[in-house]
Structure formats: C-alpha cells, structure tokens
Design a protein around this ligand. Structure first.
Ligand code: NAP
Length: 278
C-alpha cells in the first residue's frame, strides 16, 4: 500500500515541500505520496490525532505549529527538545516521534561552502530559525558566535538558555555593522528583505572580511538585498534554498532511510521560484 506523508501548517498553500518530496519518492523508488494539509492552531490536536488514527507514516510541521506540537507527540529527540521546536514527525509502529532538521539542514548546507572549524560567525536574528541554527552551529569545533538582534534581550536570553556564554555573545545591530570585517561567516535569519519588502537590509555593509561567507535563509527573493550587496564586495553567498533542501532531505532520510539528491531538490525549488540559486 502507498505510504502517506505530508506537511501541516497555516498558511500552507504555497509550500514547496510536496514538490520536492514527491519527486524524491519517484527518484528513490519509494511508493509514497506527500500532501500539504492546512491546519489552524485550534485544530492542531485533532489533526495530530487524525494523523495517528489514519496511520500517516510521517509529516513535516511548519509555522505556527513547531512548538505547540511537542506535547502532542509520544517522544521527541533531544536536539528538538533543546531547540524547543519540531519540524519532522515519524510514525514508528504507532508511536509519533519528533525531530528538528532545521538546524542540521542549515549547517550541512553551510558546510558545502565553508569549513566551520574555528570560524567567527555572526548570526543576525534571534527568532525560531536562529534558535535551531545557533544550537547546531555551536556544536561545531572552535566556533565563536556573535548574535545581533533588533530586540537585544532575545539574543541574550538565547545564549543564557543554552549556557553558551563561553563561545557566544550578544551584540547590537549597530555594533555588528561596525565590526562586520571580523566575521568569517554571516548568517542572516530575520525576515528582513523577504518578499514583498525586497529592498530592506538588516544592516548596512561597507567592507567585509576577505573570503567571508554570507548565508541568508530567506529564499523568496532568491537573492536578498543583503546577498546582492555582500556578493558585490566579494563575499561567497548562499541563499535559503540550500537550507530548505537539506532540512527536507534529512526529514526524507528519517522517514525512508534513503538520502535524496539535494542538488535536484534545490533545482526544483529554484525553477519553481523562477530564478537561479546562489
Ligand atoms: P521569527 O521566529 O518570527 O523571527 C523573526 C526574526 O526576524 C526575529 O529575530 C525578529 O527580531 C526579526 N525581525 C522581524 N522583523 C524585523 C524588522 N523589521 N527589523 C529587524 N528585525 C526583524 O521567524 P523565523 O521562523 O525565525 O523565520 C525567519 C525567516 O527565516 C523567515 O524569512 C523565514 O521564511 C525564514 N526561514 C527559512 C527557512 C529555510 O529553510 N530556508 C526555514 C525557516 C525559516 P525581533 O526578535 O526583534 O522581533
């Protein structure tokens, strides 16, 4: 019998997950189908019970359910518990187990363009995505991480909560802009620059470190203003399609035991968005 997978969220109509997962099922010879389900917050509990009752094999979880789903699951892996968010659920013989592949997806993608050992990293933003990325980046050997956020207290709280004061500090956006030349890697995790406000930039850029890598997790537009400016002054840039593809690939691996072709996944997303991956 065909296996069933999906994604729950609100809004969900524009999700690109069905596109890449259904293609990966075909490519990997897995007899399965992936569907996007619109689930409003007040229906989350019922929806999860429905997934359980129907024997759905696994599903992704997106905004606004990543935190709220935790108490509805039977088990949650430690990293997802620490991060406080689940984006992937697998049904193993009736037991619903939660994972977070956002942080690992981001770091795996980033490692395609930079070796992280002993690097000085700036994270811009301290929201949900930054949380997963900070937690996972901090596991890399020798990294030093500065976090700047519009609301400084949120970055401070994040560092305290993970007890990472030894390798991380919170700074203001102004300070980050002044000291941008210090960073080997700059990770942009805010929604600043996202469609439709594509001319917004989270901090001004003058000069950057030689060979610096700028990664923006936004993928609509494909190249944010920050990435355009960083590239024009010599940065290696990476857009959010890479993280999106890797978090999906890791979820696919949890469900099927097979790792899909991430290059193909990125190309599909890029074609769907009508541009070129950077
Ligand atoms: P979130 O939890 O709501 O966090 C939003 C972050 O953006 C916070 O740091 C917030 O700062 C900052 N921010 C929002 N508006 C701002 C403004 N006008 N000026 C300065 N800072 C502002 O959202 P999220 O879930 O982390 O998502 C953030 C972005 O990541 C979105 O664009 C989302 O599409 C993208 N994303 C991409 C992927 C991927 O796979 N590529 C995965 C997840 C998310 P304050 O704390 O001061 O409010």
């Amino acid at each position: 019998m065909k296996s069933l997978y999906g994604v729950i969220g609100s809004p969900i109509a524009h999700s690109m997950s069905p596109l890449i997962h259904n293609d990966a099922f075909l490519q990997k010879g897995v007899d399965a189908y992936y569907h996007a389900f619109h689930v409003d917050p007040e229906e989350l509990e019922t929806a999860v019970a429905g997934m359980r009752a129907l024997g759905v094999n696994g599903f992704n979880v997106t905004i606004p359910h990543k935190e709220a789903i935790i108490p509805l699951l039977d088990r949650v892996e430690d990293a997802a518990l620490q991060i406080g968010a689940v984006n992937t659920v697998v049904n193993r013989n009736g037991e619903l187990i939660g994972y977070n592949t956002d942080g690992r997806g981001f770091v795996e993608a980033l490692k395609e363009v930079v070796k992280l050992k002993d690097k000085h990293v700036l994270i811009i933003g301290a929201g949900g995505a930054a949380r997963a990325i900070f937690y996972t980046l901090a596991l890399e050997e020798g990294v030093q991480i500065d976090i700047c956020n519009r609301t400084v207290s949120k970055a401070e709280d994040l560092i305290k909560e993970f007890s990472l004061e030894r390798i991380a500090r919170s700074i203001t956006v102004d300070q980050a802009a002044r000291e941008i030349q210090r960073y080997d890697v700059v990770v942009q995790t805010t929604s600043v620059g996202m469609h439709p406000k594509i001319n917004d930039i989270p901090l001004p850029l003058k000069s950057i470190k030689h060979h610096a890598v700028f990664s923006d997790i936004i993928y609509n537009p494909i190249e944010t203003k920050l990435l355009q400016e960083a590239k024009s002054i010599g940065a290696i840039t990476q857009n959010g399609i890479h993280m999106f593809a890797y978090q999906a690939a890791l979820a696919f691996e949890i469900w099927t035991g097979k790792f899909p072709d991430t290059v193909r996944m990125k190309k599909l997303v890029e074609e769907h968005l009508g541009g070129k991956t950077c």
